[in-house]
Design a protein around this ligand. Structure first.
Ligand code: 5BU
Length: 262
């Protein structure tokens, strides 16, 4: 069944976090609810992809630790492209440790994630300490956090109860947590942003447990807000043409679920 929704822009008035407001406004002004999962292993390739696909996306998701030739200069270049093409940066770091450890992982080390990533994500498994630790680093820099509420992989261990408890954890930190990585909308509260990975134009999977759903299913049927697409774009012979297709599919699915009153 189609889920009716308010426009992204009208949702932004319900958000406390500035990145959440900025992202929702950007999505409507750019007419894109597409996030590119830029899962390539060379810095030059990633920058070229970001430059090519940048005009089509609202968000670029990285796994910074798979870039073979990472240098601090690389993230400066990435930030320049984000400004030029108007997209936000999301490091898919999936923090999962105690608060004190994730603080160091977030602000320091080689990658200095807090210096360049607008958005990060974390498993809720360790409890509220992980959010508090990340917030101590991220809040002064106006950053934002997503919690992993559901995963796309087959046979994952995130039960319905775990997902519900993740929602409750988020509700205690609305200044820093902006939403969820999830396969479905979890609540009627308009402030939460849902991002869904495991998206391709045809449902299916890979050989390692990934399960794909379509943009229409994710946005229109499951009530998600942002489709996250990796190999569907990155491995296409023409990534820009593929990105345009995903963008159109995601946007049309959003438009057909809009309520008359925004
Ligand atoms: P794909 O190439 O579109 O399958 O890539 C999906 C990306 O989303 C990849 O970077 C994963 O690490 C990420 N991902 C996911 O696939 N499923 C999940 O549940 C979560 C993240 Br959380």
């Amino acid at each position: 069944m189609k889920q009716r929704r308010l426009s992204y822009t009208s949702r932004s008035t319900h958000c406390q976090n500035l990145i959440a407001k900025k992202l929702l406004a950007l999505m409507d002004s750019k007419q894109s609810n597409l996030a590119l999962s830029a899962d390539v292993t060379s810095a030059a390739e990633l920058l070229a992809l970001a430059n090519q696909v940048g005009p089509e996306i609202c968000l670029l998701k990285t796994h910074i630790d798979i870039v073979d030739d990472f240098t601090p200069a690389f993230t400066i270049e990435l930030k320049k492209l984000a400004n030029q093409h108007q997209f936000l940066l999301f490091e898919d770091r999936k923090f999962a440790d105690i608060g004190n450890t994730v603080k160091h992982q977030y602000q320091g080390g080689v990658y200095r994630i807090a210096d360049w990533a607008d958005i990060i994500n974390a498993h809720s498994l360790p409890g509220n300490g992980i959010i508090q630790g990340l917030a101590e680093v991220g809040m002064p820099k106006n950053r934002a956090l997503l919690l992993l509420a559901e995963m796309s992989s087959a046979n994952n261990l995130l039960t319905t109860e775990y997902t519900q408890k993740t929602l409750q954890l988020a509700e205690a930190f609305p200044e820093f947590v902006i939403g969820f990585i999830a396969q479905h909308r979890l609540s009627t509260d308009p402030q939460w942003i849902y991002m869904t990975p495991g998206i391709q134009l045809a449902a299916g999977g890979d050989t390692l447990g990934q399960q794909y759903t379509t943009p229409k299913q994710a946005i229109s049927e499951n009530g998600s807000d942002i489709i996250i697409v990796g190999r569907g774009i990155v491995n296409a012979t023409d990534p820009l043409a593929a990105a345009k297709k995903y963008r159109t599919a995601g946007w049309e699915a959003y438009e057909e679920t809009l309520c008359g009153v925004n």
